[in-house]
Ligand binder design. Sequence first.
Ligand code: NAD
Ligand code: IPM
Ligand code: MN
Length: 364
Amino acid sequence: MATDKHIAVLPGDGIGPEIVDEGVKVIKAVGDRFNYNFHFSFNLVGGCAIDELQQPLPEDTLKQCRKADAVLLGAVGGPRWDRNPAHLRPENALLGLRKELGLYANLRPAILYPGLEGSSSLKAEVLKGVDLLVVRELTGGLYFGDKSTEQTDTGLKATDTLVYHEHEIERIVHRAFQLAQGRKKHVTSVDKANVLESSRLWRSVVERIAKEYPDIEVEHMLVDNCAMQMVRRPADFDVIVTENLFGDILSDEAAILTGSIGMLPSASLGEGTFGLYEPVHGSAPDIAGQGLANPVATILSVAMMFRHSFENEEVATIIERAVESVLASGARTADVAAAGESALSSKEMGDRIVEAILHQADST
Ligand code: NAD
Ligand code: IPM
Ligand code: MN
């Protein structure tokens, strides 16, 4: 009997549609071989939804996501909408999806695939053994606190507030410890406890919860130091757990440990198996529409979809091995290719990965 799965696909803006095409191609290839019956719904999100429906997150898009077993998202945003007011910004759709769907745990693994050492701006010897996981809190903090802009006697005043409730910290910290149990059993909790009240609460919650995980080694690190240590000795990190904005910034920094931001996938999870999967990068307006985008981050996000939402570790591993073998064969998109080396298009890279998946499936 085939397993039915409903996937809500939200290509979005810029390179979003180009990379999502490659992700869907991978899902379809796997479906044929592993007895899945996939049902796709394609919906507008972000700038394209503003252009067509005057809202970044249309009700129907949210409805399809709620009905789905998983969501695959490309990226949103672009200069065309940069001057819009907050409620008409593409990025607002992402925040709405994360909040409405209760996706508070954002997993952003950064792995250096063999052969990509030379693609990073860091020295190969510094990168040796990099395999870390940023666990970013995704529905709290500065992104979701009260905001305002008001006129004062001395000019405009703008406010963002950083709020964390204890229960919001508890659930993400538990998630990080549980994930560390399946990895190298080390958690670095990143905060700014020397200045921020919310960070002092964060640290005290981590200290309390750590007692429930005696098998895990815990360290606390201030975010400014962490930003530096991540490029100084990146292989020493295992799981990094941190609040929303710190996680956003540190995960883009972690991308450089993998060779390119085009390599970094993510999973956004809540309590059950439902999840939203998207590359960490944005809509890359500078390369959109040219077939230059690296689809690997999206394809690795698809692997995470199989792992976390469909609970199929075998297929997740097959997709990751396919990426590894294609990269090991020297195939590169422009972002990770050496200067002067010929590069594959997004579509060619996706085709190579599909071939490698089918080859592995045939030999299992
Ligand atoms: P970006 O991640 O889009 O691009 C940064 C740089 O990385 C660019 O030079 C781009 O060409 C390159 N890059 C990104 N993805 C790549 C890929 N797959 N292959 C090759 N190169 C790639 O960040 P930005 O320029 O700061 O933001 C552009 C827009 O994207 C903004 O509107 C921003 O709000 C939005 N954004 C959206 C998301 C999302 O949808 N999840 C994430 C980040 C940024
Ligand atoms: C990300 C993006 C988003 C974020 C933006 C586009 C709202 O940068 O997913 O990393 O800041 O969370
Ligand atoms: Mn980001």
